[in-house]
Design a protein around this ligand. Structure first.
Ligand SMILES: [Zn+2]
Length: 370
């Protein structure tokens, strides 16, 4: 069977919009600029400035509609400024970019992305996560192509809320251990084989640079550590995602995201905590389930150092919630993505054991302080 796989390309740095014209000009001379309101307020002016004096023109900023829905995409596609543009510039976080993926695909126009936060890999994946107009999850849409190029402006990312970067670190921590577990016993052919190798480079930079990156975000100063962390969250995990998933196979998530899916059934967790925050505890549960205790403890210490959760309580869960969490978790895409059968009882136990280890860590920290 023949297949196509597209890989992301990127520019990064506080002045990376300076590279835009040289890259986009081969695709035409005008872009429809679509994004979130805050994102557009941050990115539109520097983008216009970077293109000033060139033969390239931008549309007025166009709000994407507030959610990644087929309905919003259809409305945008009908606008003259979008129809007549040579290409789409998607500005913002995950949902704005995912909406633009639909538009670019339907109108068959090239897509360029301008992430304004480093909290997920939507900026360079072919996958779009779609919602219903009432904000309930609708489906995953697997696009044919990923965006042509991603411009990761670290000055803008440094000015974004630190909490989003923090949760982005928590989510990205799952990539290496989930892909490894999901693909461990598989005879991988070329493309996922490549992805499984690249996944190995996702955790170490987060542990090394994550804390300094958050500090730089807090001070709005885009330094080396913030750049390395943003590249990890947006680009590395995105490349892995593009290599580890297509219509025939799915190695992109496993037990850490199962914890997340399960936890969304408990309002004190799912409504009160960010995706990446819950996933960060899921990583500890996965590593506990797989008996990788040394790595589990290493990541737990890191989580603790930057305030990501290490206990159930920190994500609003109690022991009594875990059977409900597990029923839902077992319906998740990643439940069977493991080299051995996952049982509900052992899954509950792994969350409890991770929680005990986390409580010990908190107690040790408290005694150090006193
Ligand atoms: Zn995630």
């Amino acid at each position: 069977m023949s297949y196509t796989n597209c890989l992301p390309a990127w520019s990064v740095g506080p002045d990376c919009y300076g590279a835009v014209y040289g890259i986009v000009r081969r695709f035409g001379s005008c872009a429809a600029v679509i994004g979130g309101k805050t994102a557009l307020s941050k990115a539109y002016a520097p983008l216009s400035l970077a293109l000033a004096g060139t033969a390239f023109s931008l549309s007025e900023p166009i709000w994407y509609g507030g959610n990644a829905t087929y309905e919003n995409a259809a409305e945008l596609e009908a606008q003259d400024a979008v129809k007549s543009a040579d290409m789409i510039f998607a500005v913002g976080g995950g949902r704005a970019v995912d909406t633009c993926k639909l538009i670019a695909e339907h109108l068959d126009k090239p897509l360029f992305t301008f992430p304004t936060i480093a909290s997920n890999c939507a900026g360079c994946t072919s996958l779009a996560v779609l919602y219903n107009p009432d904000d309930t999850f609708r489906e995953h849409h697997y696009g044919v192509r990923c965006p042509e190029h991603t411009f990761l402006n670290t000055k803008i990312i440094a000015e974004a809320p630190e909490e989003l970067l923090w949760a982005g670190i928590g989510d990205a921590l799952s990539k290496e251990c989930e892909v490894e577990l999901a693909s461990r016993s598989e005879a991988l052919f070329h493309t996922p084989l490549l992805g499984a190798q690249l996944a190995r480079s996702c955790t170490a930079p987060l542990l090394k640079y994550g804390a300094s990156a958050l500090e730089q975000c807090r001070k709005n100063t885009p330094g080396y550590e913030l750049e390395q962390t943003a590249l990890d969250i947006v680009i590395s995990t995105g490349i892995v995602s593009n290599l580890m998933t297509d219509a025939r196979y799915y190695y992109n998530s496993s037990l850490a995201h199962c914890v997340y899916y399960g936890a969304t059934t408990v309002p004190s967790c799912g409504k009160a905590h960010l995706h990446g925050e819950i996933v960060a505890f899921g990583v500890l549960a996965l590593l506990t389930y797989d008996q990788q205790f040394a790595m589990r403890d290493r990541i737990a210490r890191f989580n603790r150092s930057i305030g990501l959760p290490v206990t159930l309580k920190e994500i609003g869960l109690t022991e009594q919630d875990l059977s409900l969490v597990t029923e839902k978790a077992a319906e998740g895409d990643g439940w069977t993505n493991a080299p051995y059968p996952i049982t509900k009882q052992a899954f509950i136990q792994s969350m409890l054991d991770a929680d005990v280890a986390g409580q010990e860590l908190l107690a040790a920290g408290a005694s150090q302080v006193s």
